[in-house]
Design a protein around this ligand. Sequence first.
Ligand code: GLU
Length: 295
Amino acid sequence: MSNPNSQPSTLSPAHSAPGAPAPYRGRLAPSPTGHLHLGHARTFWLAADRARAAGGTLFLRNDDLDAIRFRLDFVAAMLEDLRWLGFTWTEPIINQSERLPLYRAALAQLHAAGAIFPCTRTRRDVLDALGAPHEGAAPAPDDEPIYPPQFRPPADAPLPPLSDALAVNWRLRVPDGETLTFHDNSLGPQSATAGRDFGDFLVWRKDGVPSYQLACAVDDADLRITEVVRGADLVKSTFRQLLIFRALGVPAPQFFHAPLMLDAAGVRLAKRHDALSLRTLREQGKTPDAIIDAF
Ligand code: GLU
């Protein structure tokens, strides 16, 4: 098998020979921004189980592009927790921070296709234009406010060259009014309308890194992932990523969005739920079997 960390300058346009079913390729994609909790474990267990049942390959992708929240000790903790639970994956681990040339090549492809535009507006400008309150915390990927259409440059405005403008944010122009659909292998048929349910979204940040949406779509295409298994909080991101696959001319994988795990009060588990972190459960004497059997 080829090294998954190899960095071709363009993405392969097809997953497999016409007519041949592509062998299953899945991935686990934790972010090292906190300790993994029971909800991650269940989603990853589902991902691993689906790969195993299909006799497929499972990769581990370390989503370590968030320079502000990323911590090296969380990477070590994440690997230790996953190994403790009995997860195995195809080596080497894919570190997003080592794949910038691949993401830059994809950005250049989007630029050449006229699919993106530079954006100098701040988050505050966007929220002001929408009359929305300014929250302090960074939003989850799915909470991105809809980009005000009046901030868009006209579709036929010439784009500045990327080399002059890598230090600005770049957004993908969404096809307003188009309803996108996909069949989710867990949730069934899904649809969302561009410009109404989500707007022009960030693909490149002015600090020189791709957004989650771009890095994730590029990696899923580059690794020829056949099914993405992840939490249902990312369904809206899937529509954005479908637009990236389309703009890059690569096939989209299938999707399986796992229901989110709730705590006793019905609140979605998050990294702040230390009581349900895998470390805490291990310290309390819970065994991997007891955790997995409860799924
Ligand atoms: N690192 C992302 C997260 O934890 C991955 C999402 C995905 O599987 O695409 O939310």
